[in-house]
Design a protein around this ligand. Structure first.
Ligand code: 7B2
Length: 327
């Protein structure tokens, strides 16, 4: 068995990627943000204050004949941008790309922070990181992919994200035709609950490869590519008009600049992010914001959508490894 669901950018900046998900009986379809950097499936619901839920599609468990409340369960999560949400827990049938999981924990939001209220592109998140990162108390719940994996043809899923175009999340199979190059696999370390791997070097434009060990995560829920200051400073050193803009909290440059590419090692191969993807978005007039920014020394780097857009990424739970193929 397999599943295949299309995704699309939420806005003109590729800020996030949205996939429709069916929950309950009869199906309630919600646009959700698939996030390989977290492990909770949570939704705006009939329990979310109506002032917060305005503009969002909601899940109403009482209208689903297959919903069950998980008594005494609660959840609470804070994300890297300090957005947050919390609530209680149901189980219900959740179908993605034609593949159904029964008894999936669906976390219902009774509180959401302002970033979520304002972001009417999504009605919640589907966490696709490892089960250990789930926040439900007193009993952790499994992710949709974890529940699905034993029934899928193969315990893998792939992310294909594109700039201002549709992409896909495929479950149980790898469509290698989505990539232009071979898939290179690297082992993941599972201790932090992420799809975490180590990249041994990087290169800027056509420059020489620089040895630099990066401990990072493959995170579809993060918009940008967030790396160590050493790498980020070296990159923008190659961009004539670049400067660090305190108000924007990141590097900006003249939109007309022809940005160098950025390459990072994956095992003995490299993935190259074209400069066009690093020219992320205009901030005003002809000043643009970079898609490569600092990880603010949080102790881990984040290969977010800007990096993932350059590749087909394989999340292989069976072999505890991550695969990257150039697109
Ligand atoms: C350590 C870390 C992050 C790790 O994850 C991170 C980050 N980066 N994108 C996102 C997130 C997103 C993606 N996202 C980013 C957006 C931006 C930059 N803008 C202007 C809009 C309108 C966005 C939307 Cl709708 N969606 N979402 C939906 C959530 C819950 C995020 C949480 N954190 N996050 C930041 C900014 N930092 C510092």
């Amino acid at each position: 068995q397999t599943g295949s669901a299309p995704n699309h950018p939420s806005d003109s900046e590729d800020d996030e990627y949205i996939t429709n998900v069916s929950i309950g009986t009869p199906a309630q379809v919600l646009p959700l943000d698939f996030d390989t950097g977290s492990s909770d499936l949570w939704v705006f619901s009939s329990e979310t204050p109506s002032s917060s839920a305005r503009g969002h599609t909601i899940y109403t468990p009482s209208k689903s004949s297959t919903s069950k409340k998980v008594s005494g369960a609660s959840w609470s999560i804070t994300y890297g941008d300090n957005s947050s949400s919390s609530g209680d827990v149901y189980t219900d049938t959740v179908s993605i790309g034609g593949f159904s999981v029964t008894g999936q924990a669906v976390e219902s939001a009774t509180k959401v922070s302002s970033q979520f209220v304002q972001d009417t592109s999504n009605s919640g998140l589907v966490g696709l990181a490892l089960d250990s990162g789930n926040t439900v108390k007193p009993t952790k719940q499994k992710t949709w992919f974890s529940n699905a994996s034993s029934h899928l043809a193969s315990p893998v899923f792939t992310a294909d994200l594109n700039h201002q175009a549709d992409g896909s999340y495929n479950f149980g199979f790898i469509d290698t035709s989505l990539a232009s190059g071979p898939i290179t696999y690297v082992p993941i370390s599972t201790g932090n609950g992420f799809w975490e791997f180590t990249s041994s070097s990087y290169a800027i434009g056509g420059g020489s490869s620089k040895k630099h060990s990066t401990d990072g995560i493959a995170d579809t829920g993060t918009t940008l590519l967030l790396l160590d200051d050493t790498i980020v400073d070296a990159y923008y050193n190659q961009v004539q008009s670049a400067q660090y803009d305190d108000s924007q909290e990141g590097y900006t440059f003249d939109c007309s600049e022809d940005l160098p590419s950025f390459s990072f090692a994956v095992g003995s191969s490299t993935i190259t992010v074209p400069g066009s993807l690093i020219n992320f978005a205009p901030v005003d007039g002809n000043t643009c914001f970079g898609g490569l920014q600092s990880d603010d020394g949080i102790g881990i780097s984040i290969f977010g959508d800007v990096a993932i857009k350059a590749a087909l990424v394989v999340f292989d739970l069976g072999n505890k490894r991550l695969g990257w193929a150039q697109k």
